[in-house]
Design a protein around this ligand. Sequence first.
Ligand SMILES: CC(C)(COP(=O)(O)OP(=O)(O)OC[C@H]1O[C@@H](n2cnc3c(N)ncnc32)[C@H](O)[C@@H]1OP(=O)(O)O)[C@@H](O)C(=O)NCCC(=O)NCCS
Length: 197
Amino acid sequence: MAAVHERESWRPEAILGRLVVLRRHRADNLRAFTRWYADPEVARLTRYQQAPLSSDEIQRFFYTRIMGSDFLAMAIHLRDTDRLIGTCAFSQLDGDNGSTLFHITIGERDAWGHGYGSDATELMLAHAFTRLALHRVALTVFEFNERAIRAYQKCGFVVEGRARQAIFRDGRFWDEIHMSILLEEWEARQRQARAGG
Ligand SMILES: CC(C)(COP(=O)(O)OP(=O)(O)OC[C@H]1O[C@@H](n2cnc3c(N)ncnc32)[C@H](O)[C@@H]1OP(=O)(O)O)[C@@H](O)C(=O)NCCC(=O)NCCS
């Protein structure tokens, strides 16, 4: 019973947001994954390699990481229609240091730029800092991915460093930007939001 309770709070059935609801992944989400990760634009924004993942690689990624236990992954659904639009996850969950790495991909292109990614990120941060009792959430993003950087900044992530010219894309080198948010910063934002500002 305790184990069931622990699993529920670690990876809840659903986390309800303003625009999206995060749900546990199901095996048949693989079909959507295969479509998303075969999209060259998704690959351009998320991968070190130029080429999209092959369907074998996507399948391996889905079963070992997304459905696996060392990766806390949640599917992103629209709250209104329940349409599946993407995925987000924590990896490298480090209990000793209270830290983790955040990842997010909205695979459905028509769902970009509607606030869904920020809403999902806010939900994952609340989960990290309350239920998981973490102290720090970090991420990396390519310098040219301005939409993602803006979405992360809206959620309170700040730039903490950059790996200079770490990625070659579209004919030139770009930095990989390292961002993070700490518990105290997240709490200050919550207080500010409650105070109406
Ligand atoms: C990155 C991602 C999760 C962001 O989610 P989203 O729902 O598209 O983003 P949101 O609508 O919440 O916020 C985007 C913000 O960037 C702004 N924006 C959009 N395109 C932009 C651009 N080209 N340059 C600068 N800002 C841009 C939007 O106006 C919005 O800011 P605002 O609310 O202040 O107006 C999503 O776009 C995605 O998954 N993209 C493909 C994969 C990817 O890039 N993953 C991240 C890898 S690190």
